[in-house]
Ligand binder design. Structure first.
Ligand code: GDP
Ligand code: GDP
Length: 453
């Protein structure tokens, strides 16, 4: 129950961050065969989307990463959606509804060589209600002579029609200029700070944090950098491991042994919090010779909340015998359900056993923490997954996952755009499958759901 509450809190915070992190979404709508996919390809500048001449054939990918004038956005081809409405007009109108509620701007594509059809008019009527910007592309204007027909499309009430030829690329630059102008500014990823990667050593008192740090830095040089005049904040330690320099944060706080009769635990958790804030990855020490305790779980909870990458170090392995090992396996199965993705290393700070394995494991965790799955790849995988195992029906309705983007890294954060609430169990299923497909060992992955309003 404690973890469920934590889940909810982490989700709420992540949703706030996600709103700031997500790149803007442009949805492309229109009747079949007006040239949506061709235009999507033109905008992407490559032939990633598959153009199909057969109307109604489901495309297996729907969302892509696009870029113009240095602005990144997610491009959604609604041709891949099956809104379930009957009749062409209803289906296209339903697509437009979904597009309006899931994107930051909508691009309606019409075929200028045909002119505005009743379906185009019905869709335009839906889109005129949109609170977000709507752009109108008049496609298949392959030559000047068709420009006269374009003017008649003002009648759709969506403002100026942009004449383009998706096939030949004509005027697509002007359209893209207008698109990026209409979209909200995309926030940039947190900048990769220069210098050594930052590591927090956390764990309950007496688990062996300072022993491990001493082992890692070499006993004689317990504090490698507390020297005045270095550029390093003296509360941190620079440690050379496996040919790479790491910055162990707040090691001064680690050495300060607070032993008040009361409040020691409070100070310990303050230190844990501040170390996690300063770090990118945590080494969580657990005492393998003792049963997993409440205190251990509290530390793990703080790590999960922090969104940092994480490595579990089972310390005092020199004290673990065969019997204890079997017991430990069972304890860990139960105690570590929240962090099944964290890699474990069995170490001894006393003897130095396996401490050399920590650096490669930290590297893996940080690579995962920094990893981004391209939108096209993500959606190719997701549409297969949700087709094979659709979300469970809720209140008689089957929620649909329309598309997804990885809104951010550090930690990797996915946003699923859906037509309804997704149960926690289904989200965990998606996360499990996501990890099977894309890895992300050592890093948390947050999954947020944006239900259309
Ligand atoms: P969608 O169903 O709206 O995604 O349309 P497609 O992109 O699949 O295109 C339908 C057909 O129109 C294809 O045969 C395209 O080659 C053709 N097409 C797309 N854009 C243009 C264009 O600008 N000019 C001409 N002449 N044909 C186009
Ligand atoms: P901290 O409070 O987490 O910094 O823990 P310390 O590093 O001060 O270690 C607490 C006690 O555990 C000390 O007596 C250490 O010698 C002992 N200790 C730490 N690591 C190990 C280990 O790997 N094996 C054994 N047997 N004892 C250890």
């Amino acid at each position: 129950a404690e973890f469920a509450a934590l889940d909810a809190r982490v989700d709420a915070e992540a949703a706030d961050e996600e709103a700031q992190l997500a790149q803007p979404v442009l949805a492309v709508v229109g009747r079949p065969n007006v040239g949506k996919s061709t235009l999507v390809n033109r905008i992407l500048g490559r032939r990633e989307a598959v153009v199909q001449d057969v109307p109604g054939v489901t495309r297996d990918r729907v969302a892509y990463d696009a870029q113009w004038s240095g602005r990144r956005f997610t491009l959604v081809d609604t041709g891949g959606w099956e809104p379930g409405a009957t009749g062409l007009q209803g289906a296209v109108a339903a697509q437009a509804e979904l597009a309006m509620s899931t994107s930051d701007a909508v691009l309606l594509v019409v075929d200028a060589s045909v002119g505005a059809t009743t379906t185009d008019e019905a869709v335009a009527k839906v889109l005129r209600r949109s609170k977000r910007p709507v752009l109108l592309a008049a496609n298949k204007v392959d030559d000047e002579r068709l420009l006269a027909d374009v003017a008649s499309l003002w009648s759709l009430g969506l403002g100026e029609p942009f004449p383009v030829s998706a096939l030949h690329g004509r005027n697509s630059g002007d359209l893209l200029d207008a698109i990026v102008k209409a979209l909200p500014e995309a926030p940039r990823d947190a900048e990769r700070t220069a210098g050594p990667r930052r590591v927090a050593l956390v764990g309950k008192p007496n688990v062996g944090k300072s022993s491990l740090l001493n082992k890692l830095t070499g006993e004689e040089r317990a504090v490698v950098d507390s020297v005045a005049g270095t550029t390093v904040d003296p509360v941190d330690s620079l440690v050379e491991l496996d040919g790479q320099t790491w910055r162990f944060v707040d090691t001064a706080g680690l050495r300060k042994r607070v032993n008040f009769a009361s409040g020691a635990e409070f100070y310990a958790s303050l230190r844990t919090k501040s170390a996690l804030d300063a770090a990118e990855v945590a080494i969580v020490l657990l005492d393998a010779s003792e049963p997993l305790s409440e205190q251990d779980l509290r530390v793990l909870t703080m790590v999960v909340e922090s969104g940092r990458a994480c490595v579990l170090a089972l310390n005092k392995w020199d004290l673990v015998d065969e019997d204890r090992r079997h017991q430990l396996d069972r304890e860990l199965d139960r105690g570590l359900v929240r962090v099944p993705w964290a890699e474990r290393v069995n170490v001894s700070a006393l003897t130095g056993r396996a401490v050399r394995k920590l650096a490669p494991t930290l590297r893996t965790a940080l690579e995962s923490w920094d990893q981004r799955v391209p939108t096209g790849q993500l959606n190719g995988w997701l549409s297969d997954l949700t087709a094979a195992t659709p979300p469970p029906v809720r209140g008689g309705k089957q929620p649909k996952v329309l598309f997804a983007t990885q809104a951010g890294i550090r930690p990797p954060t996915l946003v699923l755009f859906t037509t309804g609430f997704l149960e926690a169990g289904y989200r965990r299923f998606i996360e499990r499958k996501f990890r099977e497909r894309f890895g992300f060992a050592g890093s948390p992955v947050r999954i947020n759901v944006r239900v259309r309003e």
